[in-house]
Design a protein around this ligand. Structure first.
Ligand SMILES: Cc1cc2nc3c(=O)[nH]c(=O)nc-3n(C[C@H](O)[C@H](O)[C@H](O)COP(=O)(O)OP(=O)(O)OC[C@H]3O[C@@H](n4cnc5c(N)ncnc54)[C@H](O)[C@@H]3O)c2cc1C
Length: 326
């Protein structure tokens, strides 16, 4: 695939931007209304509200635009980074090279009464889906109401809460490879374990997923159960400042939050990043945090917990781009 205006000199100049130069003229993928922009700040696209610019950025609204974006990246030999709602990402202050594909505008939901299944596009907010299911009296997604991610991100992360997770309800998911291959995968194909899947770290893109729910309950009761889940989370987790939710996976049989708290790190601060008082596995951006502040705090917590308990905390948050070693 070639660009709609394609003098190679223009393209080459754009592909090797001078430091600190942001290009404001977007490129249009031929045959689509899709614009590829350069220098788009990723801070506003992540829940931590930190991160530098994407070398190239695109937010397709259809499978065709998505395919065209992938083809363009392939043709330019650019690495791809996939971003959903950005609620589990720590992006470097230096930004990301290559093409960032944001899937949050791929929106479509279909509830199928005959099978009690719901099929949703990658960009659908998983919390919205939970409320829609509850309104129908369909059970099975109540736990997802406080998770600020998309369907795509939830499938990749095997998102979960209250002892339930995506692996419990996923029927299948459609994924698109950079070479254009479209496949339907089942939970078995995805090798699901706690907060992991074989899709993590790869370049296959989730385009949609189908979930099996349980119909026939009283909608008012499912709505009440969903609201209770949300209330419980708000009472125990800090939702008032930017974060990525839990930073570390729980190292079985322990809870990361408890290990961090018992190491005396609640409230510990580096620059604008602070270990939350309300939940020690949350790091908060208290206003002016940089991605580097957060990264340094992650490393510090790991060192201190390892020293005190001989337990290694593995980040659940996806750390993208270059960071200086601590
Ligand atoms: C306040 C708060 C509370 C949270 N609570 C929970 C919780 O209770 N349980 C929980 O599991 N998580 C929780 N999270 C973390 C986060 O919301 C989940 O991991 C969520 O599933 C991430 O979805 P996302 O769309 O934001 O993905 P992103 O953060 O954008 O991406 C996460 C990973 O998925 C990949 N990805 C995203 N979309 C696609 C796609 N379409 N195709 C292929 N790869 C893709 C990305 O490349 C990245 O590797 C919380 C976060 C916050 C901020």
């Amino acid at each position: 695939m070639t660009l709609s205006y394609d003098p190679p000199s223009v393209l080459n100049a754009l592909l090797s931007p001078k430091k600190d130069t942001l290009h404001t003229v977007p490129l249009q993928l031929p045959g689509t209304n899709c614009l590829i922009r350069s220098g788009v700040s990723l801070a506003s696209l992540t829940s931590f509200r930190v991160g530098g610019p994407a070398q190239w950025y695109v937010a397709p609204r259809s499978t065709e635009e998505l395919q065209a974006s992938l083809e363009w990246a392939q043709s330019q030999k650019l690495p791809i980074t996939l971003v959903g709602a950005g609620s589990n990402l720590l992006v470097s202050d230096r930004g990301l090279s290559g093409l960032v594909i944001c899937t949050r505008h791929l929106r479509h939901t279909k509830f199928i009464p005959d099978t009690a299944q719901v099929t949703a596009s990658a960009g659908e907010p998983i919390a919205r889906l939970a409320w829609q299911a509850a309104e129908r009296g369909w059970q099975g997604l109540e736990w997802a109401v406080g998770i600020p991610g998309t369907v795509g991100g939830a499938v990749v992360m095997n998102a979960g809460a209250h002892k339930q997770c995506i692996a419990d309800i996923l029927v299948n998911t459609q994924v698109l490879s950079p070479n254009g291959l479209m496949e339907w995968l089942t939970p078995k194909d995805l090798g699901y374990t706690y907060r992991t899947s074989l899709l993590q770290g790869g370049s296959r893109l989730v385009t949609q997923a189908t979930f099996q729910l349980l119909p026939g309950a009283n909608p008012a009761e499912v709505m009440a159960a969903t609201a209770k889940d949300l209330e419980m989370r708000r009472a125990t987790q800090p939702y008032n400042l930017p974060s990525c939710g839990s930073v570390f996976r729980n190292p079985k049989p322990y809870y990361a939050a408890r290990l961090i708290e018992q190491t005396g790190l609640k409230g510990y601060r580096i620059g604008g990043a602070q270990v939350a008082d309300r939940h020690a596995n949350f790091i908060l951006n208290c206003g002016r945090a940089t991605a580097n502040d957060i990264f340094q705090l992650i490393c510090y917590i790991q060192q201190q917990v390892e020293k005190r308990w001989s337990v290694h905390l593995e980040p659940e948050v996806k750390i993208l781009g270059e960071f200086a070693a601590r």
